[in-house]
Every structure is written in structure tokens, then in C-alpha cells.
Design a protein around this ligand. Sequence first.
Ligand code: ADP
Length: 768
Amino acid sequence: MIKRFERFDISNFFDEVQAPLVLLDAEDVIFVNAYFKEKFQELPEKWKDFFVKDEVREALSGFFENHQKIKTKAFQPLFDKTGLRRNFQWDFTNLPSSYEGRFLVGKGEEKEVIPEKPALFIDDPEDYSQQEIQYLRTILNNTHDLIAILDEEGNYKFISPSVGEKLGFSVNDIVGRNFKDFINMGVLEVAAGDYKSTLLTKEEVNINFWIKGKNGERMFIESFAKNLLDDPYIKGILFSARDITELEDIKESLSRSEEKYRTLVEESTEIIFSISDRFILTYVSPNVTQFLGYQSSEVIGKSIFDYIHSDDMVKFQEMSSEANDFLVDNQFLEFKLRHKFGGYRVFSSNGKVTGGNEDSERLYTGIARDITELNEAQNALLEQKEKAEQAAAIKSQFLSIMSHEIRTPLNAVVGMAHILMNEDPKEEQLENLRTLQFAAENLTGLINDILDFSKIDSGKIELELVPFDLRTTLNRIVHSYSFLASEKNLELKCEIEEGIPESLIGDPVRISQVINNLISNAIKFTDRGEVCLKLQLLEKENDSVLVHFRCLDTGIGIPAEKRDKIFELFTQASTDTTRKYGGTGLGLAIVKRLVELHNSEIEVKSRTGGGTEFCFSVRLGIPKTKMDSTIEEGQHRIRSLQEARILVAEDNMVNQILIQKFLTKWNVGDLTLCSDGQEAIEALKKEKFDLVLLDIQMPIFDGFEVAKFIREGEDKTRSQVPILILTAASIHEVTDQMEAIGINDFVPKPFTPESLYDKIVGQLKNQD
Ligand code: ADP
């Protein structure tokens, strides 16, 4: 067949076409192009055996026999070399007339998808009925969907095998029977929808039902019924159904869990809510009613700002303008919300920002708890606390003022007793003077205790860190009790372990206070035996030591149940203690706090065989250089004092007299006394002094002002003169001012002759 066409030399041109191309004459396929040959199986010789569809055959014959134009496009598949069927749509053109005879060129264009109407459904089904039936049968045999056709009475005309399979019946068992039979048999249980309604409408009707499967399991079936009674082929009601039991189960468990969460939310004591980025309430749990009176539907969609108290609004606005992302940054909030029937309730909320992607909106979801009552209680508590603090502050201020006030006259009494006793009193006066001195010193001690306690209690005491000789300090204390101890026939011992360094850094005043208290108690509560102070070295490092202090006695002991109590303020072990031994119950309260200030704790134990032991450990620093020898110092002092010119400014006449008496007794070279700051400044302008002693509280100019005048003056010798101040305040109350002005040291009131002497000599010596 190909030969006939070889004389035409357009084969090359056809061969270049990248699609299957055939050339036909009146009967045969006379040429196929290179592309065709390469890819597809050979064609039959007669084109009628290839183009099998009548309309195509007719169109082609019409062209060859009657010169009719071809308008038809034909679908005709080709089988490729691998045997695969591929769909082509063919387009026909006649060759130019210069060629002998009439030829037709057919060019195939591959169609990826099956043509709109599959080959099976082309207009005339007759030709394909066998194929079509097979096709449908295969579909029906393999579908999981349940297909059934029922007649007007509800008798099954047709079912897909899947229906029988599901129910455990054969197809023949079902077809011909009425659906009601299956209801009676308990196989079918219609849940929704009505068969009759399908007969009245051409619309699709949804009928859902339960069926019992072949193993007795219940299945939920969703079906759609369509009235096709008028359809010439079907003539019945077509049911298309599927098993949605799993879906139904999921739905059911979903609704159960939804129900559970709804109850949880509704009965929760917290309101659950969500707000959008723009503060719109997108969800509020229904229990909002019980807290705020609103229905949740009333508030959903509204802005939270519609309900927030104006005070919080300002706060929220400030916060939202400061923070980049208000809701992310403020997961815990407190705010007041308006109640539907008036008033505000306080809520605290905490929540989290969720969503904010393509699938879900960005929301702040949280819980809000009504804390109105809690808040009120808190406020009341806070108010009480403030009141209590105020009262405590007033109390400690009162104590402090009173003690200061009492100290000044007391100072005079103590001082005068000293002076009188040194002025050769008559024998009968001496005893009275001793009583006076004892009482005055006792009173001073008590006042000091009260003041001390109120200072410690209000946190006004800080420990000093100065070099001191621990052994000498303690030996002196113990020694000062030797008279008292010997009067009671008690042995008084002080045992300090060898390794404890002589010179240490700490607060000698506070440590002495603790030891003084413990020893005086021990002596007081011991009638026979001994009182012993024992020091042990627990640890030694380069720059510090840990020292264990024990104060032991063989006295009356303390009952176990009272051991904690005795450290409380104004508490004694037994009610007759005051009567028998005196005391106020202040001492141990102070001791406890002072030991605590040293980061330690005091313990009390019973001693076997009777008596009490108090113990605690304190860490003390080791100074880098050794302290100066004190012997040399003593001689030096006397010389300095005799040459010294001292200015004293003190407005209290009794104190003036006291100081004058003491200084004269110590042979001070030259003493100038002034009664106020003004006088002192005048004197300073005229004379030169080696030391200035200033009372702080003075009329016209107080001590600080005079000190300032001295330090700020241009006269070099005057501006560098040592300044001591006299004060009833504690060192901590005046440290800042002293440092700012440049005051060298201070003498606490009431002063003992020793303390005044030490401070004056100390300054003069520094000057040398
Ligand atoms: P005061 O000694 O002024 O009564 P303290 O606070 O110093 O107050 O002591 C409180 C109480 O603890 C004392 O009243 C006493 O009952 C008891 N106490 C203190 N030290 C001893 C001791 N060494 N032996 C027995 N009892 C003591």
C-alpha cells in the first residue's frame, strides 16, 4: 500500500509531524508517518476496519464517493507498542488536487482524558450494550456504596451486591421483597425520612436508617432517594446509601464530650472567655450570669472596654501603648467589671494567646476569677498592717524620744554621784551616795535596754566592724562581776581557748552587751557553785575565726517548756521571778536579736546536775595589722591632756558642770565653756583649740552648724581641729551627717567619765 504513495515526495514533510498521521484513499490506508510507525501498532489495511464508528465511516465514504466536505471529528483510540490504549481525536483534510486521485489526510491529536462522553455512552447504545453492561456491572460489583431500586410499593427491584453483602443476604433473597419485610425482621430500622415522601417529589429525599448487619452489628446508613418512576429504564425509586456508623459514633462521642465540657464550663467557678486582638469578646461562658448578671449572648461581640472600670481603662491603655503586644505580654491581669445591676466586681484573669495563623483567628483565651471578696479582705488586711506599722513606729518613736529625754537628767544624776563620791564624802554620806549611784546606773541600764530594743526591733541597728581585743574586753566584763560573785560566794571563771587571736574585728559594744546580759543573769539565778564563760575556736581561716561562746552556771535552771519563751519580750521563766530576783524580761530578747544580727542563733540548754547553759557562735574578722600597745598610750595621754586647749559647747547646765568637773580633774590645760552655738563660733574666731566638744542640740546654732563653720573656714589650723559631738542619739542615726561634715567621733549620752576620757584622749593622740 505504501508503494502507491512513494512517488509523492511530501512523505518527508509528513514524517516531520510529531503526531500520528495517516493517508487514506477510497478504501485503504496508504501511508502512515514516521511518528506513527515508531510509536503505534500497525493499522489494518482497510480504513473501515479502523474507523469503526458509523458516522465516521459515512463521513469518509461521503468524501470519496460524493466529494462531500468532512465536518466530523472522530474519536478513535490507538494502541501503542506496549499495548496501551491511547485516545485520539482525528481531524481530516483533503490533499491538494495536484495529486492524482483523491486522498484524505487524517491527523490524530492525543486527548489525555477520556472524552466528555465516554465511548460507552455515545448516542447509540445498541452497539455497545454488551460492553456497557459489563462496565456498569463491574462498577456495581466493586462499589462500597449501597445502591437499591424500589418500586412504587416499596419492593426491591434491584440491589447492588454490596447491599446483600452488608446484610448477609443474597441478592435474590432481597430482590422482589418489600422493605417492610426487613423492618419486620428487625433488619431495618428507619431513623429519619419517609418512603412515601419520595413518591411525591422529584427532589432528592434524605432517609437515614439503622440496619442490622450479618453479624448482628448495628450500622447507621445515610441514604438519598430519588424518584425515577418516570425514567423509562429505571421506573422506580433509586436509593444511593452509605454506611456512616463510624462518622455517627464520632459525632456522638463529640457531642458527649462537648456536653461534658459545657457542663464543666457552666459549673466552673471561673468565667472562661476569649477576646480578639481588638478586645472584642468572642466567647464568654454562660456562668457569667452568676457573677455579673449578663447573659453570655448579650456580651459576645461587645468590646471588653464596655464593661471595664474607667480606672483600669487608663491602666490598660497605658499598658497597651507601652507594650508591643499587649495580650502576649499581659497574661495575668487584674481589673474591675461593671455588674449588670450596678457596682463593680474585681477579677483576676490569666490566659494565653492562641491561633493567629491561616486556620484560626488570634485570640486571648483565659479564665477570670471573681476576687472581689478576696480583694476586700486583702485591702482590709493591708490597712490593718499599715495601722499596726504606724502604731509600732509611733511606739518606737515615743520610746526613743522618752528615753532620750530621760537620759539627759539621768546623766546629771550619774555624773553628780560620781563627783560627790570623789569629793571625800563623810562616811555616812558615802553609803547613801553608793545607793544613789547604783539606782541611777540601774535606771540607765533599763533605759538603754528599752531604747536598744526599740532600735533593734525597728531595724535601726547595724553592727560596727572595728578592731578590738576580745580577750581584754571579755576579761574586763567578767572582772566587773567579781565583786557581785564573791558576795554570793560564787566562783566566776573566764576560759578563752589559746588559739583565739587577741585582736579581732567585730562590734565590741554589741558582743559586750550580750555577754554582760548572760553573766549578770547567770549570777542572778545562781545561789551556789560557779558561773563560767568559755570560748572555743571552732574554725580559723586567713581572715576570720568562728568562735563558740558558752555561758554556764549551776543555778536554778530553766524548765524545758519555758526555754523558748524566755527570749520573748518582757517574759520571765516563772511568775515569781520579778519578786525574787527583779528584772524586766528585756535582756534575753535583746541578746537574741543581737546574736541574730551576727547571723547566728542563741541556744539554751539544761546542764546535767542543774544549771543553765547559753551558747552561740560568732564569726569575727582578723585585722591585717596588729593593734598598738596600750601601755605606751596611757603615758602619752596624760601629757596630751595637760597641754590641750579644749572648747566645750553644751547648753545643759548640769552637763556643763559635769564636763567641767571631769576635765578639771584630768588637768586639761585650757578649757573654754560655751552655752550655745553662737558663743562657740565667737570663741573659735578669737582663739585656737586642740579639740572641740559640741553638744548637738543647742540654741541659735546647733552642734552640726558649728562643726560646719569650723570645717568650712579658711583658717587652716582651725578647720582641721578634731571635733567630738555629744549626743543621746545612736551612732547610726548621726553617721551620715558626721561623715558629710567631717566630725571625728562622738560621745554617747549619758556618758561615763571613762568614755569621755577615752574619746578626748583618742583625738588628741591622733593629732600628735
Ligand atoms: P530578766 O533577767 O530581766 O528577767 P531576761 O530576758 O534576761 O530578763 O531573762 C528572762 C528570764 O529567763 C528570766 O526572768 C529568767 O526567768 C530566765 N533566765 C535567764 N537567764 C537565766 C539563767 N541563767 N538561769 C535561770 N533562768 C534564767
